[in-house]
Write a protein that binds this ligand. Structure first.
Ligand code: NAD
Ligand code: ZN
Length: 341
């Protein structure tokens, strides 16, 4: 079968022929119907040899995966061949306290995500380690909804924790209107009556943000602090969600959060917000999150079924998948690039 692999440190992904996997006891073979390209894949491919801690290369990319059940390994019950599913990605051990609570992304034994720590879904078929990692999607279109597994699940977790602060008339800032950010805007609109302000570096991303529901959008530079202060009687935002995570965006978050507000960092980079008595307004909380829980994925699927969120998808064939990553790398993808094998 064909698979898109990251094969050598510093190289770009390549389409190669690999053996079709066979499901061992307890495993499930999926025929992939869609796989999303995430900026975190660029983070993996940008990591130096000495810092690389993901699956030893080659790595089949793709941690956002939808498929139909193709084959059940020995002992697997509760799934039908042909069933349409999406894959919960942050695979944990399933037995420790966080995993038992559905929070497998925080597994005490580390997270074994496909496309990151094992071969992922940018291929014709993919192995799934356990039936509990599959969420049936019924009639939902897999191409439109594959990115619920990360581009919706992750912002959903980020926003859910801040909901008590996002009372009607409050202000929430989304930094970065890309794959995750454009879903965050819709989630804020679906779950709250907060004013949604979006910051991005590209004008077309600001237009995109308004199209998916942003109330205001500004270029991401230090002037944005004054813009947010003007909209909030000089007080600042109740919550800032940073989908970039570099120091300039961390500084924006620290500069525009109000007393008692919450900053949630989602972007994977090395920016940081110093929490202290004199560094941010008092009573500010800061949180850096990783992906989401199994139950949160179920909640996100329900939101999609009710039409509350809709992911903007650019579709590519598997043969064209390297171009999808080139476009992602160049900041040219509007919404999410989804590969359809
Ligand atoms: P993306 O490339 O689709 O979107 C990034 C957006 O940020 C783009 O619109 C870009 O123009 C904008 N941007 C870049 N620099 C900016 C700046 N200085 N100020 C404001 N906007 C800026 O990326 P994505 O797939 O949505 O991922 C976003 C980030 O989230 C990445 O860092 C990714 O690794 C991370 N991520 C984290 C998790 C997690 O669990 N913590 C999960 C998935 C993705
Ligand atoms: Zn991701």
């Amino acid at each position: 079968m064909q698979a898109l692999q990251y094969r050598e440190i510093g190289s770009r992904p390549e389409l190669v022929e690999v053996e079709k996997p066979a499901p061992g006891p307890g495993e499930i073979l999926l025929r992939v119907t869609a796989a999303g390209a995430c900026h975190s894949d660029e983070f993996i491919m940008g990591t130096s040899a000495e810092d690389y801690y993901f699956k030893p290369l080659p790595l089949t990319l793709g941690h956002e995966v939808a498929g139909t059940v193709a084959e059940l390994g020995a002992g697997v019950t509760g799934l039908e061949v042909g069933e349409s599913v999406i894959v919960y990605g942050p695979w944990g051990c399933g037995r420790c306290y966080p995993c038992a609570s559905g929070e497998e992304q925080n597994c005490e034994h580390g997270m074994r995500a496909p496309g990151i720590f094992s071969d992922g879904g940018m291929a014709e078929y993919m192995l799934v380690d356990d039936a509990r990692h599959l969420v049936p999607i019924g009639d939902l279109d897999p191409v439109q909804n594959v990115s619920l597994t990360d581009a919706a699940l992750t912002p959903y977790r980020a926003i859910k924790s801040a909901l008590p602060k996002l009372t009607p008339g409050s202000t929430a800032v989304v930094i970065g209107s890309g794959g995750l950010g454009h879903v965050a805007i819709q989630l804020l609109k679906a779950l709250t009556q907060t004013n949604v302000v979006v910051l991005d570096v590209a004008q077309d991303r600001l237009d995109f943000a308004r199209e998916v529901g942003a109330d205001a959008a500004f270029l991401s530079n230090p002037d944005a602090i004054d813009s947010v202060k003007e909209l909030t009687r000089g007080l600042g935002a109740e919550a800032v969600f940073d989908f970039v995570g570099i120091q300039p965006t961390a500084d924006l978050a620290a500069g525009m959060i109000r007393t008692g507000g919450q900053i949630v960092v989602v972007g994977v980079a090395s920016g940081s917000v110093p929490i202290g008595q004199t560094t941010v307004p008092l009573d500010v909380t800061g949180r850096a999150i990783n992906w989401g829980s199994r139950t949160e994925l179920m909640e996100v699927v329900e939101l999609a079924k009710r039409g509350a969120i809709s992911i903007h998808v650019e579709q590519y064939s598997l043969a064209d998948a390297p171009r999808a990553y080139d476009n992602l790398h160049a900041g040219k993808v509007r919404g999410r690039a989804v590969i359809v094998p």
